[in-house]
Design a protein around this ligand. Structure first.
Ligand SMILES: Cc1ncc(COP(=O)(O)O)c(C=O)c1O
Length: 356
């Protein structure tokens, strides 16, 4: 039967788990997906309203991504020819893996790493070498370096989701120097961290740095991702690999306006960093959790045997966090996104009440 191959392919795909999207609840404080509710909703609605001046959705967004790239260039101070865009950084990751990786290109990464990345590797049968997190939720640089020669691609989310860990700049630079293949550094959370390695892209032809407007800019729903790399990579990506019109007109126009107001978002990122310290301090003060440092807009903590009870009780009180189960040797890991000051206070109060 001629169609046998197709049936087999569907059956193979059926066996894959795929990326599990978060559960949808209504009327809940969403502290499960690392979105950014410290960005005022009115501010984002104003961006959409103002963007209407340039909108004509009867047309394809011809020239739109180029204008968005110019705005990203203004924000990052990186030349436009070194910037590419995508429908969220998810789409950029997907296209890079589909076109540069294969079952022959082993990827060196951490365990855990960004969930969507892991699932995409499975979809394309790309083998991975995963270096586990230590008991202190840090990564061992030596282990990465000693495995560097075994892999053709290095993928690190820096800071890491879900732990919030980031190597020091010195350590990351050391690892990058040792790695001879394609290096993908995912800086989705970088505005909440202490450093970026964007500047290294001007010196290195094998480095791709991924970024997004979903986190610090609070625009996850618009799906705007970008990357910075050597101009040759950007040229093949944009001209050959990427769709002709990857972003819709509204996202392009609102994204440009957001980037022009980047100071507003950078102030908010600073507020989130302060709130993150408050959450870490308060959770540690409760003396029942192990709470890890974070360089991102979320905090990972271990609730041991009480994690299910706390997770469910928080939902009953209208607060959703991410239930991660076991990470490394730690059972009962929960991850809470840092929200607005008011949201964080509600979360802290609810969790304190659960313990008394
Ligand atoms: C490390 C990392 N990279 C990329 C993304 C996806 O970002 P985007 O919304 O741009 O697809 C996320 C989202 O959670 C993430 O945690």
């Amino acid at each position: 039967m001629k169609r046998g191959w197709f049936k087999k392919k569907v059956e193979e795909l059926e066996k894959l788990k795929g990326y599990k999207k978060p559960d949808k609840y209504s009327n809940i404080l969403k502290l499960d997906s690392n979105e950014n509710y410290a960005v005022k909703r009115e501010f984002t609605l104003d961006l959409i309203n103002q963007s209407q001046e340039n909108l004509d959705v009867r047309e394809y967004p011809l020239g739109g991504t180029e204008r968005l790239v110019a705005a990203i260039s203004g924000y990052t101070k990186i030349p436009s020819e070194m910037i590419g865009v995508g429908n969220g950084s998810d789409q950029i990751i997907d296209l890079i893996l589909a076109n540069f990786a294969s079952p022959e290109t082993k990827i060196l990464t951490s365990e855990p790493t960004f969930g969507f990345f892991e699932e995409r590797c499975k979809l394309y049968s790309i083998p991975t070498i995963r270096i586990p997190f230590t008991n202190r939720m840090t990564l061992d640089l030596e282990k990465f370096i000693s495995n560097a020669k075994k892999a053709k691609i290095l993928y690190l989310d820096s800071p890491n989701n879900p732990t919030g860990f980031q190597f020091t700049k010195n350590e990351l630079e050391q690892l990058i120097k040792e790695f001879d293949g394609l290096i993908i550094i995912d800086e989705a959370y970088v505005e909440f961290a202490d450093y970026s390695i964007l500047d290294l892209t001007t010196k290195m032809g094998n480095l791709i740095v991924l970024r997004t407007l979903s986190k610090s800019f609070g625009l996850a729903g618009l799906r705007i991702g970008y990357f910075v790399a050597n101009k040759k990579i950007v040229d093949v990506f944009t001209r050959v690999i990427q769709y002709p019109y990857p972003l819709n007109t509204i996202a392009i126009e609102a994204g440009i306006l957001a980037l022009q107001k980047s100071n507003y978002f950078l102030d908010i990122a600073n507020q989130i960093k302060k709130e993150r310290s408050r959450i870490i301090e308060k959770l540690r003060g409760m003396k029942v959790f192990e709470v890890f440092d974070s360089n991102a807009n979320f905090v990972l903590f271990v609730a041991h045997g009480s994690s299910q009870r706390i997770y469910k009780a928080l939902i009953e009180q209208g607060i959703l966090v991410k239930n991660l189960g076991k990470i490394g040797n730690h059972e009962g890991c929960l991850r809470v996104t840092v929200g607005s000051e008011e949201m964080n206070s509600k979360f802290l109060l609810a969790i304190r009440d659960l313990l008394t």
